[in-house]
Ligand binder design. Sequence first.
Ligand SMILES: C[S@@+](CC[C@H](N)C(=O)[O-])C[C@H]1O[C@@H](n2cnc3c(N)ncnc32)[C@H](O)[C@@H]1O
Length: 267
Amino acid sequence: LEIGVKREAQVFLVGAGPGDPELLTLKAHRLIQEADVVVYDRLVSDAILDLVPAGTAKIYAGKATKCRAMPQDEINELLAKVAQAGHRVVRLKGGDPYTFGRGSEEAEHLARCGIAFEVVPGITSASGCSAAAGIPLTHRGLASGVTLVTGHARDDRSLDLDWHRLADPDQTLAVYMGLAMLPKISAELIAAGLAPSTPAAAIASGTTAKQRVCIGTLTDLAERARAQDLQPPVLILIGRVVGLSAVLAPTATAEAHDAEERRHVAI
Ligand SMILES: C[S@@+](CC[C@H](N)C(=O)[O-])C[C@H]1O[C@@H](n2cnc3c(N)ncnc32)[C@H](O)[C@@H]1O
């Protein structure tokens, strides 16, 4: 019995943030340097993997073959096995481990096996994309709250969300894994009463060098994203706050600044 005895964590479930390595926490960075083994996801950016020391074992737990992801129970067992062999494991996950990351399932398995673990939060993609695209998640007078949902479904019928609760013009909706279902999501929200003109954005590979931002409305965002051939990972933001990107997006700020400079020069 180990009541009151704090065992040293062997597995660290670490959030790697949305992609920009400078958005890693200091703790994540330190643990990556100290790990014996790093087990990483498809969504962990190359720039972050470059920070793993050359001598550290790296195990990819994303897509095992072209279309088959490593099943969750295999990942759970892998983590337990490597830790039980006495290695210090960093399980590196995109964004935050406890936000649509299945980190809690891994934690449950480790707890069941009696393996000590620690969760290190990361910047979730809603926060990262929000900042990178100049779209605040909340804003006085525009959005009094934000709801994070998954748009992932095996088929059309299983995307079973409470559309009436989500169709709230005073809230921002952040949809993870929603690109494929975007036409359905938009149609459901409109049917539930959200104005078709509600601003909406799709942010692909937010905070990375490949970031692309597509802005539209609930009516046309799916078509715009398709026309621009946006590729996952994509985060969708829906709500009046999206309108602020025209002023707050880093490029918009630079343009506004340039225009201001030109105005001063002209004076
Ligand atoms: C399995 S979920 C993992 C979420 C992650 N745990 C987090 O906190 O961001 C994968 C989804 O996260 C979103 N995502 C992750 N990284 C992203 C990025 N850099 N840009 C846009 N969306 C991202 C996308 O919606 C993607 O389909």
